[in-house]
Structures are given as structure tokens and as C-alpha cells.
Design a binder for this molecule. Structure first.
Ligand SMILES: [Zn+2]
Length: 249
């Protein structure tokens, strides 16, 4: 952490956000229209552009629009240019925290079609919380002024599947994998039984995302305070491998 980062407490402006998303927000247009909007200019040195602060709801809408592009195969791959990269040297102004699984099939920047500096991403198998994960989220919320936290589970999650096996007594876990899977176990035990294994696993995945969001609020005074005083929101969601779609759960 640095003083430079602390200076990033200013909220990111809509104008400095994703290209078409900001235009779509301003115009109230659909994602398809946003996809044709001109690219946004890089942020000014102070994180700049206009001073309108972005809200949690606006941040979620930008992510939803990006995911819609990903689902449709119409990605814009924003904020990957040399000019944009250089504009970020003086500081970062991400508009969302993504706590996602480490699974190689669910990289948040691709799933939400965002680029450098857009999202503060933390990944652990099964979105399991530990002190490092919570501390990283707290840093993004408190020092970077991020308005939205997304807990992103996904279909066919190996960590959740292993926790299902653990509950059934068929798991063979070694090393710290055991600690990880046992952290997911309560979500499996809280999920109503279902004779369909695939449906049960999907329900467990959703429960783990929801439960992690609740646990985060319980564990972090910084996050709780940010929710109460600054309108920060936590969204739990899951990613479907087959369609690429992210759905709130
Ligand atoms: Zn996973």
C-alpha cells in the first residue's frame, strides 16, 4: 500500500470507467448500443474525468453489460492499450472487487470483459475467506473506495464438489486442501438435499457464494461500516460454464 494508493480514495468517475458502459449509463441504452460507443479517454492524473461518483448499482450494471458482451461473443477487450496502461501508473481506481474461485475457467477480467485497472480481483478456491482475503477486500474498500464487492462462485466448482464428497464421507483430502474444503463444508450442509447430483452441486455453489458474502460482513468491521455509511454493496453470483453467464444468487 502506498500514499499514492491512499490518494485513490476518490471515487472513480463514470467518464473514466469502461468505454461503452459509461455511455450506456448516461444514455440509458442497452448493452448492444454500448458496444458501439466510442472508447473512453484515459483517466486524468487525478483519476479524473468528471466528478460523478459511481454507485454500487452502477458498478453492477457495468459488470452485467460486460458479461452480456462475453456471453454473446462481442467482447470489446477494453483498457488493454499501451496508452491506457501508462495512464494507470499514477494510481488505480477499480470500480469493483471480485472475490472469485481460483478455477482457471473463470477469470473475472474475461468473464466481465474488463481490462487493466477496472477490477480488484482476489481469488481462492471456493471463494474461501481467510485473513489475507478479507484484508485484501478491506484494502480495496477502505483505501481505493471501491463501491461494489462481488462474490463469484461457478458451476462444477471442484472445491465445492470436494466438500460434497467430504459430507458424504467419500473425500480423500491431503495437506492444506483439507482446510480449504472444510471451509466450504458448512455451505453443503446448509443446502437442502436433492436427488439430482448436478442440481445439488449447483445449489451448494450458490449457497457458498451467498454464505461467503454473509461471512464477509460478519468478519469485517471495515466492510460493514462501508456498507452502512457509503452504500457499498456485496453481490453474490454464480458463473455458468456452458453459457458464460453470471447470475445473481
Ligand atoms: Zn471453483
Amino acid at each position: 500500500m502506498s500514499d499514492r494508493d491512499s490518494g485513490a480514495l476518490r471515487r472513480r468517475s463514470l467518464f473514466g470507467l469502461t468505454a461503452g458502459a459509461a455511455a450506456a449509463l448516461a444514455a440509458g441504452t442497452a448493452p448492444a448500443a454500448a458496444a458501439t460507443a466510442p472508447p473512453a479517454p484515459p483517466p486524468t492524473p487525478d483519476g479524473g474525468g468528471q466528478s460523478t461518483p459511481i454507485t454500487a448499482d452502477q458498478a453492477w450494471r457495468i459488470l452485467s453489460e460486460g458479461n452480456a458482451r462475453f456471453v454473446a461473443g462481442r467482447q470489446k477487450h477494453p483498457h488493454e492499450s499501451l496508452k491506457w496502461r501508462e495512464s494507470l501508473v499514477k494510481g488505480q481506481h477499480p470500480f469493483a472487487v471480485i472475490l472469485g474461485c481460483a478455477d482457471s475457467r473463470v477469470p473475472p477480467e474475461l468473464v466481465f470483459d474488463e481490462g487493466l485497472g477496472d477490477m480488484f480481483v482476489i481469488r481462492s478456491a471456493g471463494e474461501v475467506l481467510d485473513t489475507s482475503v478479507v484484508g485484501s477486500i478491506e484494502y480495496a474498500v477502505e483505501h481505493l473506495g471501491v463501491p461494489l464487492i462481488v462474490v463469484l462462485g461457478h458451476a462444477s466448482c471442484g472445491a465445492v464438489s470436494a466438500a460434497v464428497d467430504l459430507v458424504r464421507g467419500t473425500a480423500h483430502l491431503s495437506g492444506d486442501i483439507s482446510t480449504l474444503v472444510r471451509a466450504v463444508e458448512p455451505a453443503v450442509r446448509a443446502t437442502p438435499p436433492n436427488p439430482d447430483p448436478a442440481a445439488f452441486l449447483a445449489a451448494c455453489v450458490a449457497e457458498q457464494a451467498r454464505r461467503t458474502a454473509v461471512l464477509l460482513k460478519e468478519r469485517s468491521d471495515i466492510v460493514t461500516k462501508a456498507i452502512a455509511e457509503r452504500g457499498v454493496k456485496i453481490v453474490s453470483a454464480t458463473y455458468e460454464l456452458t453459457t458464460g453467464a453470471v447470475t445473481r444468487v
